[in-house]
Design a protein around this ligand. Sequence first.
Ligand code: SAM
Length: 357
Amino acid sequence: MTDSESTRIREFAARLTGADSSAWAATFAQVPRHHFVPSFYTMTGDGWKEVKNGDPEYLDGVYADTALTTQTDDKGIPNSSSSEPSLMLAMLDALNVQPGNSVFELGTGTGYNAALLCARLGDENVVSVDVDDELVGAARDRLARLGYSPTLAAGDGAAGYPGKAPYDRLIATARLRFIPRAFLEQSADGAVMVVPLGFGVARLTVTGTTEAHGHFMPLPAHFMPRRVESMAPRFAELETQEARPTTVNVADVLERLSFPMSLAMPDYTSCTWVDDDGTPSALGLWTGDGSTATATMTGKVRQIGPRRLWDELEQLAITFQDADGVSREDFGVTVTPNGQRVWYGAENGPSWALPAE
Ligand SMILES: C[S@@+](CC[C@H](N)C(=O)[O-])C[C@H]1O[C@@H](n2cnc3c(N)ncnc32)[C@H](O)[C@@H]1O
């Protein structure tokens, strides 16, 4: 490692962990992010540009507190990244690891988070799974070059990794739509789980292997979704549907209700159409089961599919009509053998069922 790299890492870890006394401070100073992110992509007017180690802007980029896109799919949509370091730290802090704890991670990505876990807990206690076998191979090499050999596997992390269960701690670094049943089954009694759900991160404690209860952390989080089969929006079919009026302020919706929407419709995607002068004219909304809705800024709604997404949104608008702002900490998650729900305010408050697996 060059002197300039060592200085960067020390300064980066101090900046990241300085204000609080995180038990992870020494670990962030020890594990070089640049080793796991030898290049990343930035969006320019001409599309994605790769920034490589050695490029003038590389070290500033890799030691900034930002998420870095490390891979895109064939449509140019990012499908792997090194997460924002302060968010990684907050999630690791929330995991509250104790010496000797075993940890399962969904989403190996670059291997950086797995390396931090290995440095803290020993690689015999770390298991990490990514759906992309090439990423797993690259992460394995990078980890090995620093002397770490956790258990890595390629596959859907929602199935956990039964071979090394039970786990004391479980962390996901891809956005989930529900708590995978395997996470509970492979948890030790009292295990702690820190998982992105919707546009937030939930911290749950497991009781036995069938129940978990927890709250959302205050921080916003926009993780890339766990990769699953999903349907494209059905905008063309909507053209033939009769429009109905809506009283919900379309412009306000995505802004104010985006977090509760991300829980009530955990895999929703949205888009906006704009006029020639750049003024938004309509909003599109869809979920992976093919449910699709559009609403014009003048309040005309069309919807199709198994779920009536705009009807659900109108219900949310009623539930949150008196809330000035929506705080993530006011939401919680309850998992029982009968199902999973996210709730607002209290377990018996307004709640939304999470989809079954
Ligand atoms: C934000 S990145 C992970 C960052 C990683 N923890 C790191 O430190 O670099 C999210 C990762 O989740 C992975 N992923 C998406 N769907 C998955 C699934 N079903 N099972 C396991 N991993 C998945 C992606 O391939 C991607 O690498």
